[in-house]
Ligand binder design. Sequence first.
Ligand code: ADP
Ligand code: MG
Length: 240
Amino acid sequence: MIQFHQVNKFYGTFHVLKDINLHIKEGEVVVIIGPSGSGKSTLLRCINRLETVSSGELIVDGMKVNDKKTDINRLRQEIGMVFQHFNLYPHMTVLQNITLAPMKVRGISEEEARETAMYYLKKVGIPEKANAYPSSLSGGQQQRVAIARGLAMKPKIMLFDEPTSALDPEMIGEVLDVMKTLAREGMTMVVVTHEMGFAREVADRVIFIDQGQIKEDAPPQQFFTQPRDDRARLFLSRVL
Ligand code: ADP
Ligand code: MG
């Protein structure tokens, strides 16, 4: 579903991603961890071309992400993204936030978009908030709306960039629970997170990135008990 072949990325002269090789299969849940500034967000953002790669090849669902001929809108329709800060439209209700893109981008009717939105609002556990404005919701609820909004586009891939990092501790669980459900249902997911419990429980693979390089790529059981890389070991000793 996602293939990085020898991908490099520079910001000016700064080499942020170095020879990234990473293959993610349909239905896999891959958790990316690593120190701040190591390139995790950049790697994620290359997948839906919020960033362009400098060299190498990146193929997502059969589309060459950096080929000029690739329909970038089609690519992005296949990929939902959830950010640390929920990025909901403050002047729109929850329902409007969720129905906007399916109507505009996928061109489906308002009625169908509403039905779909309600389906996903139920899935994330807050159908009663359909007509509320984001500012009246808790952080955990806003993030669940953001996930429902992503899902309403019926993507093949969901990207999560530290989705619980901005939340109060008591709200982290409700967001992780929604993500666990998605994972169990077979969604292809790439998740940048510091939640090691989630990684252990849900990830098929854990990727450790340091200074723009993949230093480990292992099943959680192996990664958490016997990391091979020194930096990964050091990192784990700090976060666990
Ligand atoms: P992470 O998500 O692992 O914290 P990022 O991918 O956000 O790391 O950033 C990796 C490095 O690239 C950091 O040193 C950051 O300062 C730098 N960086 C990120 N975005 C840009 C940008 N748009 N322009 C220049 N440097 C950037
Ligand atoms: Mg980041």
